[in-house]
Design a protein. Structure first.
Length: 166
């Protein structure tokens, strides 16, 4: 979704990774969990920290710092798992995003959002919906449906080979 597609005020959940603030549309957020035990899954990408049991369902957890090329998330009192719903074809996939902390939910007017910067031709920024201004701070607004590629989502298959959906 491009910035031009944002024509109305929306609410965003902001969270921190390292010293950067990111945001995701609250309509994509299912819930926020305290950090819990994550079971590692062999032969998965490094950013896939493993799976958790969410009320009887196996849900993959992604370390967003690793996904974005940062250092691995360290567990602190503020570390949390943001449960999101991702559209993949005709399915909705539920997954957890490991974040340093959750900040706040706030509304952004469409005129407070700038297009994602063009940073050369080799850097893929299609997963950035735009750059929001909140006070004096820039917030990277993620298009959560584009953060994870088809290959990433295929790795989130359960042991039988079916994608985990909610």
């Amino acid at each position: 979704m491009a910035v031009s597609a944002i024509t109305e005020t929306r609410q965003y959940l902001t969270f921190s990774l390292d010293d950067e603030i990111f945001a995701v549309d609250v309509a994509k957020v299912r819930e926020i969990l305290e950090f819990t035990t994550i079971t590692k899954v062999p032969q998965t990408p490094r950013f896939m920290r493993g799976v958790i049991n969410l009320r009887g369902s196996v849900v993959p957890v992604m370390d967003m710092r690793l996904k974005f090329g940062m250092a691995e998330t360290e567990r602190t009192v503020n570390t949390c798992i943001i449960m999101v719903e991702i559209a993949s074809g005709d399915e909705t996939i539920v997954l957890g995003m490991l974040a340093d902390s959750v900040q706040e939910v706030f509304e952004l007017e469409p005129d407070s959002i700038e297009p994602a910067p063009r940073i050369g031709t080799k850097l893929d920024t299609t997963f950035i919906m735009g750059m929001g201004r909140h006070g004096e701070q820039f917030i990277i607004i993620l298009d959560i449906d584009r953060v994870f590629s088809g290959d990433d989502l295929a790795v989130m298959a359960d042991p039988i080979g079916e994608v985990v959906n909610g």
